[in-house]
Ligand binder design. Structure first.
Ligand SMILES: [Zn+2]
Ligand SMILES: [Zn+2]
Length: 346
C-alpha cells in the first residue's frame, strides 16, 4: 500500500462568508477542529471519474505511482477514502512466480492478508476489525453504498413524480407554530406549476406575532378574505382527483390542515402524503450524531441545488410551494447517469 499523506492542520483562508482550506478545498462557517487530509477532498456529487480507489486501480491492472491524489469523504468513520488519478497510474507489475497464474501473482503482490474491502482496500487485522468486516466490505463502505443506493431512489422517486399528473404540491402559512395553529394561507400546485388554489383564509383566532415574523401576515391582512369552509368545496374537489400530496415538512402541513378542518367539523379524505424534506435530507446526506440525516430548511436546500429562492426571509405559501416544486424538479433531473459516483465503485 502507498504511504498516506501526513495528517495536518487545515490551511484556512477567509473568503468573506466562509473559511476555505486551500489544501482540501472544503469550506466551513466556523474554523474547523478536524484534521486536513492533505489532498483535495471530494463528496459524491463532485467526484471526477478519473479518481479511483486503490482496489479499483488493481481491477484495472494499474498501480499507484505515488501517494494519493485526492480523497473521498464517506459519511461514516473512517471518513477518508484515498483516491488515485488513473491517468498517473502505471501498469501493475506482478512479481515473478514460477507458475503463470495471474490470480496467484496478484495475491502475492497484494500481500499475505486474508481479505480486504473491495471498495476501499482496508484490511481487517485484529478480532475487533473482523467485527466490522463482512462479505469483503467494511462497515463504512457498506453504509456509504447503502446511502448511495437510497439517494438514487430519491432521484428516481422525484423523476417518477415529474412524469405523472396525479398529485399536488401543497404549502401553508399558519397562525402559529404550535399544533393548534390554523391555516391562513393555502397554495396548491399541479406538477406543471399551474396554481390550482391559492388563497388567504380568515382564521378563528389571532395570528401569533412569532408566526408574523416568518410569513409577514398580520390580523388585518386576513380580515376580508374567505374562511376555510368557503374554499372547502374547491379543495375537496382537488383532493378527490389527486390524493397524493407532496409537501416540504409533511408533519407540519398535515397537522395544521387536520386541525383546521377539524375546527369546522369537516373531514379530510384519505390522502397519501410524501415529505420532500425527508427525501431531501436523505439525498443531501448530512449525518447527525444520532445517526439520522439532518433536515434542511427549504431555502438552504434550494441554495444547495441552485433553485431560485426569491425573497428568502418571507415564507409565504405560494413561493414556498413554487420553491418546493423547483427542488423536486432539480432532484428529478439528477435521476439517471448524471448521478455519478465517480471511481468509488467496484
Ligand atoms: Zn484542509
Ligand atoms: Zn471499505
Amino acid at each position: 500500500m502507498e504511504s498516506k499523506p501526513r495528517k495536518r492542520k487545515h490551511h484556512l483562508e477567509w473568503e468573506g462568508r466562509r473559511y476555505r482550506c486551500t489544501v482540501c478545498q472544503w469550506t466551513w462557517k466556523n474554523p474547523p477542529r478536524s484534521v486536513c487530509p492533505g489532498v483535495s477532498c471530494y463528496r459524491v456529487d463532485d467526484l471526477p471519474s478519473y479518481l479511483v480507489s486503490e482496489p479499483e486501480l488493481y481491477r484495472r491492472h494499474l498501480q499507484a505511482a505515488g501517494p494519493p491524489d485526492a480523497c473521498y469523504f464517506r459519511l461514516k468513520e473512517p471518513h477518508w477514502l484515498w483516491l488515485f488519478d488513473v491517468r498517473k497510474a502505471t501498469p501493475l507489475e506482478l512479481p515473478k512466480l514460477p507458475r503463470f497464474n495471474v490470480a496467484a501473482r496478484l495475491k502475492a503482490w497484494w500481500g499475505s492478508g486474508p481479505a480486504w474491502c473491495q471498495w476501499c482496500g482496508w484490511r481487517p487485522e485484529s478480532d475487533e476489525d473482523w467485527k466490522h468486516f463482512t462479505s469483503l466490505c467494511c462497515d463504512s463502505c457498506r453504509f456509504e453504498q447503502e446511502w448511495l443506493r437510497q439517494r438514487k431512489a430519491v432521484c428516481r422517486w422525484a423523476h417518477d413524480l415529474m412524469q405523472a399528473d396525479d398529485w399536488v404540491l401543497l404549502a401553508t402559512a399558519t397562525t402559529g407554530l404550535h399544533s393548534w395553529a390554523e391555516v391562513i394561507e393555502l397554495a396548491v400546485l399541479r406538477p406543471n406549476g399551474e396554481v390550482l388554489l391559492h388563497t388567504l383564509l380568515r382564521p378563528q383566532y389571532l395570528i401569533d406575532p412569532e408566526a408574523t415574523t416568518i410569513h409577514g401576515l398580520t390580523d388585518p391582512d386576513v380580515q376580508a378574505v374567505p374562511t376555510f369552509p368557503d374554499i372547502w368545496p374547491e379543495l375537496s374537489r382537488i383532493f378527490k382527483r389527486r390524493h397524493t400530496i407532496i409537501a416540504y415538512d409533511v408533519p407540519f402541513h398535515q397537522r395544521v390542515l387536520a386541525f383546521t378542518t377539524g375546527q369546522y367539523q369537516l373531514r379530510l379524505p384519505f390522502l397519501s402524503w410524501h415529505c420532500l424534506m425527508q427525501q431531501y435530507a436523505l439525498y443531501w446526506g448530512e449525518l447527525r450524531p444520532d445517526g439520522l440525516f439532518r433536515w434542511k430548511k427549504l431555502s438552504e436546500a434550494c441554495k444547495q441545488q441552485q433553485v431560485p429562492r426569491g425573497r428568502p426571509r418571507i415564507r409565504r405559501a405560494l413561493p414556498q410551494a413554487q420553491k418546493s416544486l423547483g427542488l423536486l424538479k432539480a432532484l428529478a433531473a439528477k435521476a439517471g447517469p448524471s448521478l455519478s459516483q465517480g471511481g468509488y465503485a467496484p
